[in-house]
Design a protein. Structure first.
Length: 369
């Protein structure tokens, strides 16, 4: 087998990253050195199942900062490119970047980049940190534009987007057809709103219940399905009961079967994330479901950029339930023809950018310079 010239050193192996990491291992012969833990719970994949897996690194934390033990050793091997998290809190990455420059090797950041809410100190640190890299692979164009305003060379940056298991999702979506899953459960033909993700206070799910009440007062009937685990005793069902709309909600619980999730998204009228949206946007659009979330992008995850207003979803004013209702009314009234057009637009968005093959092409170009 051809010797690898690409080394990826990352703080953790999130389960959703397995498809793109494994593709990089197979297609570009990438080697992986992956951290063992973070300071918060996150679902990881089986590292030993990954094509190109080399070693698990021990992350040693000192408050927010950490050092990855053993992460410097690959620098003295045969690698030319080092893909890092782009995380300034990782102290060992600073050393890797500096040594790589001295050794004529290239450090590439795979990073969120700029959020738009950075304070003065963080802005200085980030600018210096990113300046040390040879290339920056940033999740979205929004961040790239902010970074350019901060004086970072746009030619140094490229949008890497984000992805789930896009090949698997493509296979599932090819089998999808409309079903009566919602009409059977709710005993009505009203459109259904889907929320998918952990049930947490930060997700502001009470806004969805309040919006449902407001819609009902205006004579507009709809249902809501909540798919996810209540990790903070949010008790959405109790709040719905208090507001008099308990018959219009379905507490589905957690679901880890993409075939089932695909059908739930496909049949829903709209996916709504009132607090913020992340990979849920990619999940929903992958199965043809438009997405609504708030418009304060500094407090969004990068995947909001897959939402094209009026085409693949919409935005409402941050923390404004009345404006959420305004936007919902636009989408809940779609007829079958309009809903099919939206599904096609959602598929096109995912297929054009938010998939593992787009990401592979970006990394192939960067490492073939």
């Amino acid at each position: 087998m051809k010797q690898s010239n690409i080394c990826m050193i990352t703080n953790i192996g999130p389960h959703y990253r397995y498809p793109i990491f494994n593709l990089l291992g197979e297609a570009l012969n990438t080697d992986f050195y992956i951290g063992d833990r973070l300071q918060f719970e996150i679902k990881t994949f089986d590292y030993h199942a990954l094509t190109g897996y080399k070693k698990t690194l021990h992350n040693v934390f000192i408050n927010k900062f950490y050092w990855q033990k053993g992460s410097l050793r690959p620098l003295f091997g045969h690698y030319k490119y080092f893909i890092l998290d782009g995380e300034p809190f990782c102290l060992s990455s600073w050393v890797i970047i500096l040594l790589a420059r001295l050794m004529g090797k290239k450090a590439i950041a795979w990073t969120h980049g700029w959020y738009g809410r950075e304070g003065a100190v963080k802005r200085v640190v980030k600018k210096f940190y990113y300046a040390l890299h040879s290339k920056l692979m940033v999740y979205n164009e929004y961040s790239i534009n902010l970074m350019e305003q901060e004086g970072i060379d746009r030619n140094k940056m490229v949008c890497i987007a984000n992805s789930l298991d896009s090949d698997k999702d493509m296979e599932i979506r090819r089998q999808l057809v409309p079903t009566d899953i919602y009409s059977k459960h709710f005993n009505n033909s009203d459109p259904t709103i889907i929320y998918c993700g952990r049930l947490q206070k930060i997700k502001k799910l009470d806004m969805l219940i309040d919006a449902l009440v407001e819609l009902k007062a205006e004579g507009i009937n709809a249902n809501i399905i909540f798919v996810g685990k209540d990790t903070e005793q949010v008790d959405v069902d109790r709040y719905a009961l208090q507001r008099g709309v308990s018959q219009q909600i379905w507490m589905y619980g957690p679901c880890y079967d993409d075939t089932v999730l695909g059908q739930l998204f496909y049949d829903a009228a709209i996916c709504v994330s009132p607090g913020h949206v992340g990979l849920t946007a990619i999940h929903a659009l992958s199965f043809g479901c438009p997405v609504i979330t708030h418009d304060n992008f500094a407090y969004q995850a990068p995947e909001f950029e897959a939402i094209k207003p009026g085409i693949t979803g919409d935005f409402f004013h941050h923390n404004d339930t009345h404006d959420l209702v305004r936007v919902l009314k636009k989408w809940l009234g779609q007829n079958d023809g309009q809903r099919n057009q939206t599904r096609s637009a959602a598929f096109d968005e995912i297929d054009s950018k938010w998939n593992i093959h787009y990401q592979l092409d970006i990394i192939r170009k960067i490492t073939n310079d």
